[in-house]
Ligand binder design. Sequence first.
Ligand code: PXG
Length: 290
Amino acid sequence: MKIFIDGRYYDERSAKISVFDHGLLYGDGVFEGIRAYNGRVFKLKEHIDRLFCSAKSILLTMPMSHAEIMRAVVETCRRNKVRDGYIRLVVTRGVGTLGLNPNRCKRGSVIIIAGKIQLYPPELYERGMEIVTVPTTRNLHNAVNPAIKSLNYLNNILAKIEANNAGCEEAIMLNSEGFVSECTGDNLFIIKDGQLFTPPLSAGALYGITRSVVMEIAGESGYRVAEPNLTRHDLFNADECFLTGTGAEIVPIVKIDGRVIGDGQPGVITQKLVSQYHALTKVSGEPIYA
Ligand code: PXG
C-alpha cells in the first residue's frame, strides 16, 4: 500500500507522522471517509467541500488547494490500483510543541490512505440491524460543533462503546434537548405513511453526504422528505427506519430499544432506496483511470 503524506508516497511501514503532531496530541485536525466504486471516487467534490468547511471552522489553514487535494485523492487510488475501496483523508494541524497553542504548528499535514473497508456482515443488510439509544449525547453546537468532522471523535467512540456493551453495532445519539440527532457514524431516517423524515442539521447531525444523496433519490422517486425534530417516540412508531453513511451505505433498522420497527423486516421503501443508491454508486463519481 502506498500512503500519501504531504506530497510524497510512502509504503505502509514507513508512513509515519511526528509524535509532536497536534492531530495526535490534541485530536486537532479534520478528516473525511470516502468510497470508490467501480473505478470512480463517489461524491469526491462534496467530501472535499466538507473537509474545507471543517478546516475553516477550526481555523486550520489548508496546506493544499481544493483542486490539489482532489487530484491527490485520485492519484493515491490509482497508485494503489483501487477500483472499489475506502479512502481516509486526514488533515492535522501539524507538528507543534507540547502545548495547546496551535500557532506553534507551522504547517498542516495531509494524509491519504486508500484501502479496503470492513463492511458490516451481509446478513445485517438482509435481516436488518438492532440499535439502542445511549447515554452519551451529541456535542453541543457551542462546544466542538457536531458539523465539524474533527479528529476528536471521542464523544462518538463513547457512544459506540455503550452500544457495543448493549450488544449492538450502532447507537442512537440524542442532543442535549432529547431530540434524535444521529448515530455515531451514520445519519438516521424514518419512514411513516410513505414519507421520509430525518433530523434537521440543527439537531446536531453531521451534514452527511449519503444523507443528501438519499434525500435526492427519494425526491426523484416521488417521496416527500421532511426534516422535523424527531423524538424516540417517533422512531418507535415508524413504519421503516434506516441509517446512511459512506461506510455503511444504507442499513435497515428493525429494532430500536427493544421495540420492533414496522413488521421487523427491512422495509419496502428502504430496499428500493438501497437498490437506487447502489445503481448510482456504480455509474457516478470522479474517474480514477483515464
Ligand atoms: N454522522 C457522523 C458522525 C459521521 O462521522 C456520518 C454521519 C455519515 O456521513 P456521510 O457523509 O459519510 O454520509 C458520518 C460519516 C467509519 C466511517 O470508519 C465513518 C464515517 C464515514 C465513513 C467511515 O466508521 N462517518
